[in-house]
Design a protein around this ligand. Structure first.
Ligand code: DGY
Length: 427
């Protein structure tokens, strides 16, 4: 990419969003992920907002229309059943789930990083006149989502996950210890579908998958009762992705409350809890924020891009800057999802090395806000170069830029339009 001709790339990104638009909701990519995913969808909204702000709001509204009565917004909404994906709604078995209430949209039984409030705020700011009524209507739903998350997942102050899919970083080394503690006996026979769409070396291993399905069965057997799962599951890991996105979204919800003239006391309480909780994720040995196994108190020693979301969350730690600079020096393309010097590094395997445009978006925007202009600029330039040279892939090798996972990917297109493209308005 020497001379970036932005026009055709912007047009291609818009084409991808339209292609993946199933009418009111967007799939991450056809085939591999044929449903509406929670955080993918929120990122789709910032892409749509660059050329069709009405469609951006619709995306968020469809997501929150599937909210459970207890406030949880599921990680997958199975609008139209597609046999090309496993596990589908029959495996999740959420129809009688505790907390689901009157909700009729078939869904999974877990959530995903709560980026929606931050990205709704972003969509609003792109066109305040078009957005105020729609932001006002979404506000109580976003508040209920956060209330659920704080009550059901934040007993340590940090936000934890009950399944690796909840973090969105499915096979990150952060979960290795907790995953090793699961003996996946009793998993019903199943056929993976993901490796029919994508090269197996870019996906989680079979050992991971057996445990993913074991955890789904574990939740289903408990009717997705959060209290029972919190008490009985062997897998409960506090996660920097969840914690930092929740903290950032809480701050943004506070701004929404101010705009709408709502009382923000509860949001401020959550911010204080999460700020304290985030510090429990600081591993002095690696000098980074990491996932922490709540069953043992252990870290896995994993320096990841999730740890570098601290600036997105408004936390600026001097020692984290040094760790970041080391990782940037070791990566040809930033940001790797796992330190290239780490023992588990695998440049193509999903969350054990590859670069993800959405993580770059959050990390770099946070760094820019904290005054880390050079690091933010490096990450933005690398994101633009990867996309311009290698296409709108799900993720990329930080070693040689190989495009990996699914193609024509919604959130990569959205991040291009809103931020990485030279034509993007100033963030
Ligand atoms: C998958 O199917 O790989 C997803 O990440 C689950 O959410």
């Amino acid at each position: 990419m020497t001379d970036l001709n932005t026009g055709p790339l912007d047009e291609e990104a818009r084409r991808i969003l339209r292609l993946n638009d199933k009418g009111g909701y967007t799939v991450p990519t056809a085939g591999l992920y044929p449903y509406q995913w929670n955080w993918d969808s929120a990122f789709a909204a910032i892409g749509f907002a660059t050329f069709d702000v009405d469609r951006a709001w619709t995306e968020l509204e469809t997501l929150f229309a599937a909210q459970w009565d207890n406030g949880m917004v599921p990680h997958i909404l199975f609008h139209v059943v597609d046999e090309g994906y496993f596990p589908g709604p029959d495996v999740w078995g959420t129809q009688n789930a505790v907390g689901r209430g009157a909700q009729t949209v078939p869904s999974s039984g877990i959530s995903q990083p709560p980026v929606a409030a931050s990205l709704a705020w972003r969509v609003y700011r792109s066109d305040p006149d078009a957005g105020e009524a729609r932001l006002r209507a979404l506000y109580p739903k976003m508040l209920a989502f956060h209330r659920w998350m704080m009550e059901a997942r934040a007993e340590s102050g940090a936000v934890c996950i009950t399944h690796p899919w909840e973090a969105g970083r499915d096979n990150a080394p952060d979960w290795d210890e907790a995953m090793a503690g699961i003996d996946p006996v009793g998993v019903q026979p199943y056929t993976r579908r993901d490796t029919g769409h994508v090269d197996a070396k870019m996906r989680p291993t079979q050992a991971d998958y057996d445990r993913y399905i074991w955890l789904v069965q574990f939740g289903r057997d408990r009717d997705w009762d959060d209290a029972k799962i919190a008490e009985e599951s062997p897998f409960r890991v506090a996660d920097p992705t969840m914690t930092f996105t929740c903290l950032r979204s809480s701050r943004d919800l506070g701004d929404v409350a101010d705009l709408l003239g709502e009382d923000r006391t509860q949001v401020d309480d959550w911010i204080a809890t999460l700020e304290a909780g985030a510090e429990t994720l600081w591993n002095p040995e690696t000098q980074s924020y990491e996932g922490r196994n709540l069953r043992t108190g252990n870290f896995t020693g994993s320096v990841s891009n999730a740890g570098f979301l601290c600036w997105w969350a408004g936390i600026d730690k001097e020692a984290a800057r040094a760790t970041l600079d080391g990782v940037l020096d070791r990566a040809r393309y930033a940001l790797p999802s796992y330190d290239p010097a780490g023992p588990q590094f695998d440049h193509l395997r999903y969350w054990r090395g590859p670069v993800w445009a959405i993580m770059n978006y959050m990390a770099a925007n946070g760094m820019a806000e904290a005054g880390l202009a050079a690091q933010a600029d490096r990450i933005r330039r690398d994101t633009a170069k990867l996309i311009a040279d290698r296409g709108f892939a799900e993720y990329f090798s930080p070693v040689d830029g190989t495009p990996a996972g699914g193609g024509t990917f919604t959130w990569t297109a959205a991040v291009w339009l809103d931020w990485a493209s030279p034509s993007a308005r100033e963030s």
